[in-house]
Design a protein around this ligand. Structure first.
Ligand code: NAP
Ligand code: FE
Length: 410
């Protein structure tokens, strides 16, 4: 029997707290070994040994060194007798040219595997570089997934948000905007490539590396993880397998709200156990979206990042409240009209232990003053095609997308 979101789910409907699921099919892959704990890079370095003689360490410009992860990685490699080359030029929202440069460096230096250290940006860049190091591909071939090999990847997240360490996705900025479909022709677009080869073989989760994250990056990346958990449950591909991860991740992040709202002046004083919880929750939400993908919220948020430079997680957060209220409204309309649409918002509310208004109130406090868009921006975004609209359990019309944008930043 096929997966069905419209049939009434008599067995599961009474499970208050389950976000939603009525899955009869499963296709679950998560090949990443997660090694978590203080000093896991040092203590579990033996896992890196079979990956090859030489690593290409891929990082951003500063934070990997400043947070201690780089030193730990180098010590682990040296203790294993492995060599390394360092590419440390990854910027936030990595570009096509950056990943070509990193891939060429890994090839030129004869690296056998990639060791990504950083937030989502270095990890995503590293995944594309892993492909380009062993494949001679045009940009279109890269995005069309015209490859069957990639160097193995190990990932060390230093933010707690994207979950890229447990996903098979690499999100890149195509600076030419030449995806052939985008309304942003000529301007940069965010594009993703995804496939099993992009799953890191290993994810080393050591919360100490996130200790220096300031308030805004901590909050914004936490909101990114939360939006992965929430969005995963609101995709047509959600299943009990993904929901269990999404739900637990959402609950863990909810449990961190109070601490996030009370962020200390010195980031080092933010409790390490909360950072640890956020790091694991982010990886779990990554495991959920690895199965389901994200919704229209992510596609919409890319416009804020591209046009305003808004942090990725913040962009999702700005849209989350209006989007969830719209979902609830559609569910009410469907119920009133007797349409067969299994509601998911009640399960989400139950999982979070918050009603939508309370949840939106907390998000508002975390986000602070909202950005405001001009009419020209709103009109352009409202008319733009959103790639992940089709991956949303209720597909929004263009008018509804426009409305959500206007409520978020109008
Ligand atoms: P990021 O762009 O990787 O990093 C943001 C900033 O935080 C950078 O300035 C970085 O500095 C700094 N930073 C990183 N770790 C730090 C630490 N431990 N201490 C202090 N500063 C630190 O941000 P992100 O939110 O983690 O990643 C966003 C990217 O991930 C976006 O491109 C988004 O599209 C993508 N994403 C991917 C997935 C996926 O499944 N693959 C999912 C969601 C989002 P440095 O530049 O010096 O490193
Ligand atoms: Fe995200």
């Amino acid at each position: 029997m096929g997966y069905c979101i419209t049939a009434p789910p008599p067995l599961l409907a009474r499970d208050a707290g389950i976000l939603y699921t009525f899955a009869m099919k499963a296709n679950y892959l998560m090949p990443t070994r997660i090694l978590m704990g203080e000093n896991c890079l040092r203590d579990q370095r033996a896992f890196l040994a079979p990956l090859g003689k030489k690593a290409c360490i891929i990082t951003g410009k500063n934070s990997a060194r400043a947070c201690g992860a780089y030193d730990d990685a180098v010590k682990a490699l040296e203790a294993n007798g492995q060599g390394f080359y360092v590419y440390d030029q990854v910027m936030s929202n990595p570009t096509d040219s950056c990943v070509y440069e990193a891939g060429a460096a890994a090839k030129r230096e004869g690296c056998d595997f990639i060791l990504a250290i950083g937030g989502g940006s270095p990890m995503d860049a590293a995944k594309a570089a892993a492909v380009l190091a062993v494949n001679d591909l045009s940009k279109e071939e890269l995005f069309e997934l015209a490859f069957t090999t990639a160097l193995p990847i190990a990932a060390v997240p230093t933010t707690a948000g994207t979950g890229s360490e447990t996903t098979p996705y690499s999100i890149l900025v195509d600076t030419t905007g030449a995806d052939g479909k985008s309304p942003r022709q000529g301007g940069p677009v965010k594009r993703s490539l995804g496939g099993p080869l992009l799953f890191p073989r290993f994810a080393f989760l050591d919360a100490r590396y996130t200790r220096r994250l300031n308030r805004d990056t901590t909050v914004h990346t936490a909101i990114d993880a939360l939006s992965h958990a929430v969005e995963s449950a609101l995709t047509p591909r959600a299943s009990r397998l993904s929901d269990v991860l999404a739900r637990e991740s959402a609950v863990m992040i909810r449990d961190c709200f109070a601490a996030l709202l009370d962020f200390p002046a010195d980031p080092a004083e933010f409790p390490l156990e909360i950072r640890e919880k956020l790091l694991l929750a982010a990886s779990m939400a990554g495991m959920a979206i690895a199965q389901t993908g994200t919704t229209v919220v992510h596609s919409m948020g890319y416009h804020f990042t591209l046009d305003w430079g808004t942090d990725h997680g913040r962009a999702n957060g700005l849209l989350m409240g209006p989007f969830l209220s719209w979902c609830e409204e559609k569910e009410r309309e469907a119920a009133a009209a007797g349409t067969a649409l299994a509601p998911r918002i009640p399960g989400l509310r139950a999982a979070l232990g918050l009603d939508l208004e309370e949840f939106r109130g907390i998000l508002e406090k975390l986000l602070g003053k909202r950005e405001k868009a001009g009419e020209a921006e709103l009109a352009a975004w409202g008319a733009a095609k959103m790639k992940n609209a089709a991956n949303t359990y209720i597909q929004p019309t263009q008018e509804e997308i426009d409305r959500i944008f206007r409520e978020a930043v109008g």
